[in-house]
Design a protein around this ligand. Structure first.
Ligand SMILES: Cc1cc2nc3c(=O)[nH]c(=O)nc-3n(C[C@H](O)[C@H](O)[C@H](O)COP(=O)(O)O)c2cc1C
Length: 325
C-alpha cells in the first residue's frame, strides 16, 4: 500500500509536506494552484509551486476550467527544476473541490458533472507535459448519481496515468458515509491505478479502503498535527509497533522551523513580491495549522484563547516552548 498526503489548501505548503515526507508519506501534493492565475502571470501563485530541500516526491495540483490555461500550467509546472532534479513528479487536475467560489468559476467539483470537459482538460494537460497526469475527483454530484464511471472513462481516454477518488459526493462536502461499494466498482473497471481517499485515520480505515482493491490511499485531515500518521499506519499494517517520530525537538517546534526556513526561501527567490513577515506567517499558521497540535490537551479552552491572541513569532515560540515542556 502507498500512502499519499492529500492536497489541502492553506495547509500543504512546503513545510508541512516536508514534515509528512519525514513522517512516512510516499508522495505529497501541493495546495491547488490556479491555472488561470498562472496563465495571467500572477507571481504569488508561483509561491505555491515552490518546494524546499528535504521534501520527497511532490505532485503539483492544478485547478482550472479552460484547456489553454491548464495546459499552460502543466507545462510551467513540469519545466521547474531544482538543480538537476525535476521539481514535480506528477501533475494533478482538481475535479472535486466543493467551495462555491471554485464551482462558480467552472472548476473543482463543477467538473464532476462534466466528464466531456474533464476529458478535454486532461488531454490538453497530457499533451503539454511528459510527466504523468492524474485526476482527483469524487463519486458524483449527489448520493446515487455516480458520474465517477464517466470521469474514469474520460481520464483513461485522455491518457491520464491515475485517478484519485474521494469516496464521497459533492453534496456531502467533507463528511458523511463513504461509498466503498462504488469505489470497489471503479477499481474493478479501471485500467489505470485508483487511489482511495476519505477520512482515513486508523489502520482499520486503511483496511476498509484496501478491501475496495485500491493500492494507494490518500490522507488529508488525518495528517493535521500528526504528520507521522503515514509511518504509523504502515507499521500497523505490517503488525509492527509504531516507529519513533523522527523529530528530536518534537513535531511542532520542527514544523515551525521548517515554516520559517521556507519563508526565508520565498523572500530570497521573490524579492519583488509581498512575502509575509515572520510574525505574520507564524501567527497566521498558528490559527490555521498549529492549533491542531493543541486539540485535546488539558486546559484547551484557556490555551485556545491565548492562541487566538497570538500576533508575533516570539509569542508563537513561547507557546511552542511551553507545550514542549
Ligand atoms: C482544509 C481543506 C483544504 C482542502 N484543499 C484541497 C485542495 O486544495 N485540493 C483538493 O483536491 N482537495 C482539497 N481538499 C480535499 C482533500 O484533499 C481530501 O479529498 C478530503 O479532505 C478528504 O480526505 P480526508 O478525509 O483524509 O481529509 C481539502 C480539504 C480540506 C478539509
Amino acid at each position: 500500500m502507498r500512502y499519499l498526503l492529500a492536497p489541502l489548501a492553506e495547509y500543504t505548503d512546503a513545510a508541512f509536506r516536508r514534515m509528512c515526507h519525514e513522517g512516512g508519506a510516499d508522495l505529497t501534493y501541493t495546495e491547488m494552484v490556479s491555472a488561470a492565475a498562472l496563465f495571467h502571470g500572477s507571481s504569488p501563485t508561483r509561491h505555491l509551486m515552490e518546494t524546499m530541500p528535504g521534501e520527497g516526491p511532490v505532485a503539483c495540483q492544478i485547478f482550472g476550467a479552460e484547456e489553454e490555461e491548464v495546459a499552460f500550467a502543466a507545462r510551467e509546472a513540469s519545466a521547474l527544476r531544482d538543480g538537476d532534479r525535476r521539481r514535480f513528479c506528477e501533475i494533478n487536475l482538481n475535479a472535486g473541490c466543493p467551495m462555491p467560489r471554485i464551482i462558480r468559476s467552472g472548476c473543482g467539483a463543477k467538473l464532476v458533472t462534466d466528464p466531456g470537459r474533464v476529458y478535454r482538460l486532461l488531454k490538453a494537460m497530457v499533451g503539454a507535459t511528459d510527466l504523468p497526469v492524474t485526476l482527483k475527483t469524487r463519486l458524483g454530484p449527489r448520493i446515487g448519481d455516480n458520474t465517477v464511471f464517466e470521469l474514469l472513462d474520460a481520464a483513461e481516454r485522455a491518457g491520464a496515468s491515475g485517478i484519485i477518488v474521494h469516496a464521497r459526493y459533492t453534496s456531502q462536502m467533507h463528511g458523511g458515509p463513504l461509498g466503498y461499494d462504488v469505489l470497489a466498482n471503479v477499481v474493478s473497471r479501471a485500467k489505470i491505478p485508483v487511489t482511495g481517499n476519505g477520512s482515513i485515520r486508523t489502520a482499520d480505515d486503511v483496511r476498509l479502503m484496501s478491501e475496495t482493491g485500491v493500492k494507494s490511499v490518500m490522507i488529508g485531515r488525518g495528517a493535521f498535527a500528526d504528520p507521522a500518521i503515514f509511518a504509523r499506519l504502515k507499521a500497523e499494517g505490517r503488525g509492527e509497533p509504531p516507529p519513533p517520530a523522527p523529530w528530536e525537538r518534537g513535531p511542532l517546534a520542527t514544523h515551525l522551523e521548517y515554516l520559517l526556513a521556507f519563508r526565508r526561501q520565498l523572500a530570497e527567490r521573490y524579492p519583488g513580491d509581498h512575502v509575509m513577515s515572520e510574525d505574520a506567517i507564524a501567527s497566521v499558521k498558528m490559527h490555521t495549522h498549529f492549533i491542531h497540535y493543541f486539540k485535546g490537551v488539558p486546559g484547551a479552552a484557556a490555551l485556545r484563547a491565548r492562541l487566538n491572541a497570538v500576533r508575533t513569532l516570539a509569542e508563537v515560540r513561547a507557546i511552542v516552548a511551553s507545550c514542549a515542556k
